[in-house]
Design a binder for this molecule. Structure first.
Ligand code: SF4
Length: 402
């Protein structure tokens, strides 16, 4: 007789999907489902979809008869196509996947959060009200909605009680979080008021929605991680217009400068799309130039991916080889700046959170490896940076666990 396999999840794409996968697993177990695979799909790129299809086919081959439940953005946009894959017993769209009744359980869950990790990724906002022309997420996840401040503070308390030293607020369009008159800065302040929370981090933000209040909070609150990650998308004003983004390249640079002025250890990160339709050499050069001025400690580059149902899908696509080449040149620039940001930390002290005996994340979000000794998983430790390995910091424990 085949052994009963445990309930497993596979999450593709964003941190939101990881947190949701953990919540779905808890709901499924509460509803009595034990031997199944839950696949939380992503639709941001065709590549992400291909990876999920591949994983489903492999799972069906390796464990025939084991139910596979497919959820997430790609499954929401094309349920029949995912239902037709081998081994798929059920497809659950985004609007139903976090409902207790969808899993035969009772009592709807609190905000989705990653519980088993050293740092807690906490979903505080869902959906989006903007209409970026390349984006399929707003179609897959619906209108913007926010968890109430009390629910988020409650989930933050639970994370602290579990021993998680850092909470990362995340969402599809985090900067649009709202609860009545309260915006993201107020939410962050409320979370920081939770006793025992060592560090709060904000995930990617729309540059057009970063408020002076938020910048002031960063300037005055050391426990708010000094990392501003901006969903910039492009360095050319005309392409940003065609993407229907709400900021200019200059506004991004001014925002980064203001954040750095308010907080001397502020690191900046950015998302960029390479090869958007109609992008010419001059537009691409503008993105490269923006990277040089922004000096990001982390740069995520996405080759443009045509998504059915989006306005950009109707525009003439650039040759794939050109898209790849432009993405590669942006990534090379990003690598250079990430390494420079790491090199600038040599000789510095860092308070890092360990997600493995030798691996940790610093306040700026840089990755770090201990060259000697180990630290308990989930612990926070003061270390001294002694060198770098590319963009990875090398460090020694300074003294006992913080
Ligand atoms: S802000 Fe734009 S890119 Fe982001 S989820 Fe909304 S529509 Fe998509």
């Amino acid at each position: 007789m085949d052994p009963v396999l445990p309930l497993e999840t596979l999450a593709f794409g964003c941190r939101l999907n990881s947190a949701e996968a953990e919540t779905m697993a808890a709901l499924a177990a509460a509803g009595g489902l034990h031997d199944a695979l839950i696949v939380n799909t992503c639709a941001v790129t065709s590549e992400a979809e291909a990876q999920a299809r591949q994983a489903i086919r492999r799972a069906a081959r390796e464990n025939p008869g084991r139910p596979i439940i497919v959820t997430g953005c790609a499954a929401t946009l094309a349920p029949a196509a995912w239902a037709a894959l081998p081994g798929v017993a059920r497809v659950l769209g985004n609007s139903n996947k976090l409902l207790a009744m969808s899993w035969g359980a009772t009592g709807n869950p609190p905000p989705a959060v990653t519980q088993g990790r050293a740092r807690a990724f906490l979903e505080v906002q869902q959906g989006c009200d903007h209409h970026c022309t390349f984006c399929v997420i707003r179609i897959a996840r619906g209108a913007s909605r926010s968890w109430a401040v009390d629910e988020v503070v409650g989930a933050t308390r639970q994370a602290v009680a579990r021993g998680q030293r850092e909470v990362i607020l995340t969402g599809v369009d985090l900067a649009s979080w709202r609860d009545g008159a309260h915006g993201l800065a107020a939410l962050a302040r409320n979370c920081l008021a939770v006793p025992g929370l060592d560090r709060l981090r904000l995930s990617s933000l729309d540059p057009a929605a970063v408020t002076p209040e938020l910048l002031a909070l960063w300037a005055g609150e050391a426990r708010l991680a000094p990392f501003l990650h901006l969903s910039v998308q492009h360095g050319a004003a005309l392409i940003l217009k065609r993407m229907r983004r709400r900021h200019s390249p200059m506004a991004v640079l001014e925002l980064a400068a203001a954040a750095r002025q308010g907080r001397s250890d502020m690191a900046v990160g950015a998302d960029l799309i390479a090869g958007f339709p109609t992008e010419d050499e001059a537009h691409h050069a503008a993105s490269m130039a923006l990277v040089e001025t922004l000096r990001p400690a982390a740069l995520h580059v996405f080759p443009f991916s045509r998504r059915p149902g989006t306005p950009a899908f109707l525009l003439p696509a650039l040759p794939p080889a050109l898209v790849r080449a432009r993405a590669a040149s942006l990534r090379a620039a990003g690598k250079r700046h990430a390494e420079a940001a790491a090199a600038a930390r040599v000789g510095q002290r860092e308070v890092a959170i360990f997600d493995a005996p030798k691996l940790a994340t610093t306040a700026q979000g840089l990755r770090l490896r201990l060259t000697a000794g180990t630290a308990p998983r989930g612990s926070m430790q003061t270390v001294r940076v002694t060198g770098v390995d590319g963009a990875l910091l090398l460090a020694e424990a300074e003294h006992g666990v913080a």
